[in-house]
Design a protein around this ligand. Structure first.
Ligand code: MN3
Length: 200
């Protein structure tokens, strides 16, 4: 059985960038829902004793309940972990070098990441991912994820930004760009770097 992970900070810790009401309904409502849906969908199947990463890598495109709820479970685990009340600023060390290699500069990366987030029509995610040591940006619809073999982009996600309206609507209403600007103030670059190192 998968469990809803506890947040590594208080619900109001990301204020003023991400508000407490959004964090509560996002974690206790949406993420709990994906967790319950995943557990129900894998019960009695070959996926029952696998890790969430294994499940996402193995599923077929037509396994909709596991695709949506398993993706939602994993994506939100990642999302909480790559934010922090002490976040923001710029990455350092190996990750800073890899971003410079791939995008020319951190500012270019930031521009491209924001544009990608704005360009995803409807609900989905924006990713920074590592594929064979090369970083790239992509977006996926719904709760799809670059670990899924049928995903629009394949690789190991090291940074994920939720661009579903439920991630920002209470505070930012329809202004997704303002949410993205605020998101950059809470990115936990140390955790993104750890995930980058682990993905090598
Ligand atoms: Mn969400």
């Amino acid at each position: 059985m998968f469990k809803l992970p506890e947040l590594p900070y208080d619900y109001n810790a990301l204020e003023p960038y991400i508000d407490e009401a959004t964090m509560r309904v996002h974690h206790l409502g949406h993420h709990q829902g994906y967790t319950n849906g995943l557990n129900a969908a894998i019960e009695g199947t070959c996926y029952e004793n696998m890790s969430i990463e294994e499940i996402l890598k193995k599923i077929h495109v037509s396994e909709t309940a596991i695709r949506n709820n398993g993706g939602g479970y994993y994506n939100h685990n990642l999302y909480w972990s790559i934010m922090s009340p002490n976040g923001g600023g710029e990455p350092t060390g190996s990750l800073a070098d890899a971003i410079k290699d791939a995008f020319g500069s951190f500012e270019n990366f930031k521009d491209q990441f924001k544009k990608a987030g704005l360009s995803r029509f409807g609900s989905g995610w924006t990713w920074l991912l590592n594929r064979h040591g090369k970083l790239s940006i992509c977006t996926t619809p719904n709760q799809d994820n670059p670990l899924m073999r049928f995903s629009e982009c394949i690789g190991t996600p090291i940074l994920g930004m939720d661009v579903w309206e439920h991630a920002y609507y209470l505070k930012h209403q329809n202004k997704r760009g303002n949410y993205i600007d605020d998101f950059f103030n809470v990115i936990n670059w140390e955790e993104v770097k750890r995930r980058f190192e682990e993905s090598k």
